[in-house]
Design a protein around this ligand. Structure first.
Ligand code: IPE
Ligand code: MG
Length: 236
């Protein structure tokens, strides 16, 4: 979700106003994803690197997060959404961590859509903690080097239990990954939208989904193989 700051600066507003407007996009995109049947939606709300922004901006983002967790609580619960979080969430201030934990617990049995907030999240940080925990398990004799395949590795990631990543959308015209879901990106489709996040609403989101539907995902196979598999699946 990129471009909040630029959206505000273009209007001569403080950057915080861009973040506030961006939270309306979060609400719209979440509603739309739920409506069209997306199984899992992950929002990169705050990166490990964002802590280094000016203290006032970090504080405003934390305030906004708390507001969001309170204002969206009822709708999330009513719509069968399970709220999840990935990242170093223990670094969040208590006034964010508390409503986050409460909503995570209260929505734990919902099966409609998993809404994951990436908070104090970094892909490298995720990989490093996985390696650290695997090394710890190995030291204790609970894991042997030979057991360490891609499946075992994945079970140590924060995203363990989430479905495979299908589509990544980055807004605001930047064409880079910025430490998001580095492992999980392996076969994800990428969509770069020029729209700034505060302007990224239902229409822009549906345009990305439509693009995604046009892609042929081959996972290393040939196009002919994929088409054959598809037709078998259609017959079954
Ligand atoms: C994304 O918008 C929101 C967060 C990082 C929390 P930015 O704040 O990065 O907006 P730009 O890139 O400065 O426009
Ligand atoms: Mg940015």
């Amino acid at each position: 979700m990129d471009g909040n700051g630029r959206w505000a600066e273009m209007r001569g507003l403080p950057r915080e106003e861009g973040h506030r407007e961006g939270s309306t996009s979060v609400r719209e995109v979440t509603r739309c994803a739920r409506r069209v049947g997306v199984q899992a939606l992950t929002l990169y709300a705050f990166s490990s690197q964002n802590w280094a922004r000016p203290a006032e901006e970090v504080a405003a983002l934390m305030d906004l997060l708390r507001e969001y967790l309170e204002s969206e609580r009822a709708e999330i619960l009513e719509n069968g959404i399970r709220l999840n979080a990935i990242g170093e969430v223990e670094k969040l201030p208590r006034f964010v961590k508390e409503p986050l934990d409460r909503l995570r617990a209260d929505s734990a049995n919902n099966t409609g859509m998993v809404l994951t907030l990436a908070l104090s999240y970094g892909g490298r940080e995720e990989l490093a903690q996985a390696a650290r925990r695997m090394a710890e398990a190995a030291c204790k004799g609970e894991l042997t080097p030979a057991q360490l395949d891609t499946q075992t590795f994945e079970s140590y990631l924060w995203t363990n239990g989430l479905p495979p990543l299908d589509l990544v959308v980055r807004t605001s015209g930047e064409q880079r990954i910025s430490n998001f879901l580095l492992w999980q990106l392996a076969y994800a489709e990428l969509c770069f939208s020029d729209v700034l996040w505060p302007d990224f609403r239902t229409e822009a989101f549906l345009r990305c989904l439509a693009q995604y539907q046009q892609r042929e995902r081959r996972f290393g196979l040939t196009s002919a193989q994929v088409k054959r598999e598809d037709s078998h699946r259609a017959k079954a």
